[in-house]
Design a protein around this ligand. Sequence first.
Ligand code: ZN
Length: 406
Amino acid sequence: MEQPRRKPVAYVVSEELVKLSSLLPSNKNRSFVVHSLISALRLPHLQSIDGEKCFQILRPGRASPKDLLVYHTREYLEYALNPSNVTELSPEGLQGAEFGLEDDCPPFRGLREYIQLVAGATLTAVGALKDDIADIAICWDGGRHHAQKSHASGFCYVADCVLAILALRRPTSLTVSSRKPRVMYLDLDLHFSDGVSQAFYSTSSTGASQVLTLSIHHASPGFFPISTLSGLPDTDASSFDPFCLSLPLRQGASNRTFLRIWPIVERIRDIFDPDYFVIQCGVDGLAGDPLATWNWSLGGEGSLGWCVGRIVDRWQGKKLFLGGGGYNSANAARAWAHLTSIAAAKPLPLDTEIPDHRAFPLYQPSFTLDIAAGNMQDHNTEEYIQTVEACFENASAVLRSRLVSM
Ligand SMILES: [Zn+2]
């Protein structure tokens, strides 16, 4: 049978986006390292066998204050977008603390442009999906999943994931089905997606939501972010929301654990049956990250590359891939370059040599695309995985019953 022609993957980047994202205090220069590798590997120029382009490059515009007000509060925007509040000369304005602009979210010169362009970049990717220009869109500078409605948090100044979901769930003239669009947000970052999960969490015990969030993350006492939603859900509690799901993993989570839990993820997907997926691909759970909490790999069954490959090949619906955490910039670049190639159905082998380019020395000693797994023990025991399975069995039943009532 002839395969339907794939649309080129929309890849959002511009010089200005790289320059501004490279200012992010928690990830200085990471954006430059990532896009330099992707460009050195000549991924944007890849062609299919029949000579079609695999990617189309989209230059982002800046989100307007009106675009940002769809989620953020006017007070936060008035403060964060006012350059006189956030210059290095007055690094922590009087009200900075009120808006989270301190500690791990210090103000920086260019913050206004950064917020507008990162949100604009993610919304450009959303536009490509909604206008049916692409079935897959990528914005590695997005994925700021801790940002809150009224303040910055956890290295995140703008809630681009939430803005993306709000835009995707809005019906358009191209919406053919009478059903309102459903959006599933899947978060693979080491940290719980508090900013996104809380934005859509509801204690209403009836009806169905157009948005389902599922965060897979590390949880242990004191581990950021502290949230009542980040544990294994208590499916009997009156506060349980089957559209706001959390799957915490223990120290050392590896391919083996992800392979075990992946059927749970696909089951939730099957039940919810979304039109759009937003996949936050934070890479701070990979081996070699300075946070040294998980031991996840890029290749092999159950790896990040394997999960994304399944999503690209087998999941029906349009997909938006976003970045997120990742504090070893060379590894973030390796991972997102590999995922970019997977999104275009042209997976680069992990023994691909890093081409010579400006950031080349960062890839020592291997100078290949692979990220070697460490020898950390995986504390996600069979007993624990079975507890997770039982919990999600119940969650699935509640989810199904709520969708029937839609
Ligand atoms: Zn993270």
